[in-house]
Design a protein around this ligand. Structure first.
Ligand code: HSE
Length: 409
């Protein structure tokens, strides 16, 4: 018998419970063993739940029970998840998580602790919701050197942008819908300010490139400044606006990573990824480009990914999987200022011709686009340059309304 304990009975935790209860017989066949939920830890009152006897409020009951094999940490956030995870690993229990903040922040330490105690710390559900991604990256693409990994990594913001683009909905209304559907983080600022996508690209880049990439060193911009006017310009340019997490190797031993909204041409496979769906493209030196696509958030897709790890461990609890990365000795992230971009820029201007002259003086090679789309402003695309030089040039211009990076092929 494999016993699991679920920490946190929120969106994902209740999804895990549902899968075990609905699909128990099938799971049993897959792992060739019985599997059951022994405890559910939650500080809230579940005395009227049909299985109220499973609920506990004291984590030590779980940590001290030798019959618990796998702890499923789906509380989210750093505290108390970090302490509970350390205690569970130290007690020799495998831990499975959907908690990207914890993996991105303390992953290296938790992998080491798991290894020391002969157990696994697994996190398939931390990136891409229900999309199988971590395991394919580490196993199916293992022959490759991964050079680039990028895509749409946050379901909430993709849902919001899709509603703005396709239904002309306001940002606020679309965010409320995403929260009601259980896509958003407890604090949706993590979604709309790009931090959730940043944690996910750091996890993917750390795995793909083998060394820890610190979120604090990664330029992160969310979608809060994107307006329906920006959406209109994007449409006129044959693009859509998407929040893109991007990471690539740079030179011999650096990594570049960034999260920001981008104008994505409609011909790109990412342009048609709508609503809560995520899509991640991976470039390997032998396989070329591979795309992963599916539901990036939500109760059952995320619980499905959690259960994939549970099943993997339950098949043989004595095996260590080693889907991990190592500490980086130095800061390996390239500074955003040294990266190169093409930017789309909108400027408010009373005198259009004089504003254009100023733009050409500041940014030689700027290409004016979408003339007369909106009264009293001009829009242009910059040539590809380092962000440092573009930002210096833009700082000399008055009336800048929007600056959005443009996805290049
Ligand atoms: N808030 C996250 C998202 C949940 O919207 O993608 C899944 O990680």
């Amino acid at each position: 018998m494999i016993n699991i304990a679920i920490l946190g009975f929120g969106t994902v935790g209740s999804g895990v419970y549902e899968i075990v209860r609905q699909n128990g017989e099938n799971l049993k066949k897959k792992i060739n063993n019985d599997i059951d939920i022994k405890y559910i830890l939650d500080i809230r009152d579940f005395s009227s739940h049909p299985e109220s006897k499973l609920f506990v409020k004291d984590f030590d009951i779980i940590a001290n029970d030798p019959e618990v094999d796998i702890v499923v940490e789906v509380i989210g956030g750093l505290s108390p998840a970090y302490d509970f995870t350390k205690a569970a690993l130290a007690a020799g229990k495998h831990v499975v998580t959907s908690n990207k903040e914890l993996v991105a922040t303390h992953g290296t330490e938790l992998f080491e602790l798991a290894e020391k105690n002969g157990v696994n710390y697994m996190f398939e559900a931390s990136v891409g919701g229900g999309i199988p991604l971590i395991r394919p990256l580490m196993q199916c693409l293992a022959a490759n050197n991964i050079t680039e990994i990028y895509g749409i990594l946050n379901g909430t913001t993709n849902y919001i942008l899709t509603q703005m683009i396709k239904k002309n909905k306001s940002f606020e209304d679309a965010l409320s819908d995403a929260q009601a559907m259980g896509y958003a983080e407890r604090n949706p600022a993590a979604d709309i300010e790009g931090h959730d996508a940043c944690r996910k690209i750091c996890i993917l880049a750390s795995l793909a490139f083998g060394r820890h990439i610190d979120c604090d060193n990664i330029y992160t911009e969310g979608i809060t400044k994107i307006s329906l006017d920006d959406v209109k310009y994007a449409d006129a340019l044959g693009c859509v606006i998407k929040l893109i997490g991007y990471a690539c190797t740079y030179g011999k031993d650096k990594v570049f990573a960034r999260v920001s909204p981008m104008l994505v041409p409609v011909s790109s496979p990412l342009a048609g990824v709508d609503d809560v769906f995520n899509a991640i493209l991976v470039n390997g030196n032998f396989v070329g480009e591979v795309m992963f696509y599916g539901r990036g958030a939500g109760k059952l897709p995320t619980a499905s990914a959690v259960m994939a790890d549970v099943i993997d461990i339950a098949k043989d609890v004595s095996v260590q999987k080693r889907m991990t990365w190592k500490k980086a000795e130095t800061d390996i992230a390239l500074d955003i200022n040294d990266s190169e971009s093409v930017m789309f820029v909108r400027i408010k201007a009373d005198d259009i011709e004089s504003a254009k002259k100023k733009v050409i003086t500041a940014i030689p090679g700027a290409e004016f686009v979408c003339a007369n789309l909106l009264d009293g402003e001009i829009a242009f695309l910059t040539p590809k340059q380092t962000e440092k030089s573009l930002n210096n040039a833009l700082a000399t211009l008055d009336g800048v309304v929007s600056v959005i990076r443009v996805k290049q092929d």
